[in-house]
Design a protein around this ligand. Structure first.
Ligand SMILES: C[S@@+](CC[C@H](N)C(=O)[O-])C[C@H]1O[C@@H](n2cnc3c(N)ncnc32)[C@H](O)[C@@H]1O
Length: 263
């Protein structure tokens, strides 16, 4: 039996969105969203850590995981952001929001060290590339990240461009918006929080432009394989509308626009 429920929202997120959380620490961010929604059947929350390692390293992880599962959230462990789209549970599943808060590749050297920055950038690039494959046509990937030096050196907007994403919006992040969320350090000092300082939520979306684009493999906005090039753009200032332009290249004219969503 399908249970109808009214939309519940917290900050950028809605109970009507299918949400994937990647690189969770003690799952407190997922719990925060789940509590706001009541039921969390629309969410999949993942960690790189195994369940055993969570148990050892985070004081509240297991109670958080239990609460998530009780609310209907699917919780997966040992999910690497470089390959999450190939996880047996995630293959061919698409999401409206894919979130990774404070990605961090672990501590090898000082945060200013070029090699250390290279590792972080490799992690974020891998995440964005993989998340792109799992995103609905009008979905967004959200990365919350410090904006001060040396974190600014990760240049995550450039990384996003490399994998075919564009920056929709950058919004200042505040912990106060997410009651109960404890941002964790991970890697060695797992259960400790850190001072977030100046940081933003970077929202990325797919620039859909490909004559070979096929959405037939994804749930979400499905459709037959398009023969014409597609371009997904956004129009409107205060109210953003998503439109799909179909470009007929023989005539180089816009032959159709279709409203496929709005927010
Ligand atoms: C600074 S912690 C942030 C944890 C959590 N997102 C939060 O905000 O509390 C960085 C997280 O990235 C995760 N991580 C590092 N490399 C990863 C990878 N390749 N795949 C998935 N998660 C990864 C770590 O396990 C750690 O939980």
């Amino acid at each position: 039996m399908e249970v109808f429920s009214f939309e519940k929202k917290i900050k950028h997120y809605s109970s009507y969105q299918k949400i994937l959380l990647a690189g969770e620490g003690d799952f407190s961010f997922s719990v925060c969203l789940a509590r706001a929604f009541g039921l969390a059947v629309n969410m999949v929350a993942t960690s790189l850590d195994s369940r055993e390692s969570l148990m050892l390293n985070y004081s509240k992880a297991m109670s958080n995981v239990k609460e998530l599962e009780a609310r209907g959230c699917k919780v997966l462990h040992e999910v690497d952001v470089h390959s999450m789209s190939q996880h047996p549970f995630l293959i061919r599943v698409c999401f409206d929001r894919i979130i990774y808060n404070f990605p961090h590749a672990g501590f090898f050297s000082s945060e200013r060290n070029r090699l250390q920055i290279w590792f972080h950038r490799d992690l974020v690039r891998g995440f964005l590339k993989n998340a792109c494959e799992m995103l609905t046509a009008i979905g967004e990937i959200h990365v919350t990240h410090k904006t001060t030096f040396p974190f600014s050196e990760w240049k995550i907007v450039e990384l996003a461009k490399e994998v075919g994403l564009y920056l929709v919006d950058e919004e200042q992040f505040s912990l106060l918006d997410y009651p109960g969320y404890e941002n964790k350090r991970g890697a060695g000092m797992c259960d400790k929080t850190f001072h977030v300082g100046m940081c933003s939520t970077f929202k990325f979306a797919k620039l859909l432009y490909s004559s070979t684009t096929s959405w037939s493999g994804c749930s979400g906005i499905n459709g037959p394989h398009m023969q014409r090039d597609e371009y997904l753009g956004r129009v409107g200032a205060s109210k953003i509308m998503y439109v799909r332009f179909l470009i007929d290249h023989d005539h180089m004219i816009k032959v159709a626009t279709e409203l496929i969503g709005s927010c």
